[in-house]
Design a protein around this ligand. Structure first.
Ligand SMILES: [Fe+2]
Length: 159
């Protein structure tokens, strides 16, 4: 364990921002899933696409969250505003449950596909996917807000 592990958690705002900007594949996957789930009429023709997109989203999220945790969050040896540290801690703690939920959706989709349960795959599953995407967006928005706060506040400190 790092000697700073008990120090307040903070973010490397520039790195997190860059990571989010370059990760176009992730945003495109999310957009494709959102579009697909928003078109129930065409879902029947694209049920295999839904299964594949969810599997790719799971892999992308695993990489995205790992990179964020490895280089985007760190325990700061110097003072960090308590509210900021708490928000960073809460946001980082959301990664595991988000990944787990995406993984369950991907497994569920694959099982429904194998069982040829077209009805559940095209009507029930998309509702869960939609709900998950809302949660994921809320998490991403939270991180973006933290990035801007951090950038703004470090400018403030420099004054
Ligand atoms: Fe994140």
């Amino acid at each position: 364990m790092s000697e700073f592990a008990n120090r307040p958690l903070t973010i490397n705002a520039a790195f997190l921002q860059e990571l989010k900007e370059v990760n176009q594949e992730l945003w495109q996957l999310i957009e494709s899933l959102r579009t697909l789930c928003g078109e129930p009429m065409s879902m029947r023709q694209h049920s295999r696409t839904l299964v594949d997109l969810l599997s790719r989203l799971r892999d992308q999220l695993a990489m995205h969250f790992s990179l964020e945790e490895a280089y985007g969050y760190f325990h700061n040896p110097v003072e960090v505003e308590a509210a900021l540290a708490e928000t960073a801690r809460r946001l980082r703690a959301e990664h595991s449950p988000l990944y787990l939920r995406c993984s369950q959706l991907a497994d569920h989709a694959e099982n429904l596909w194998r069982e040829r349960d077209e009805a559940a795959l095209t009507t029930v599953l998309p509702v869960g996917v939609d709900e998950f995407l809302v949660e994921l967006k809320r998490h991403e928005n939270g991180e973006s807000e933290l990035i801007y706060r951090q950038l703004y506040e470090s400018i403030g400190v420099a004054d």
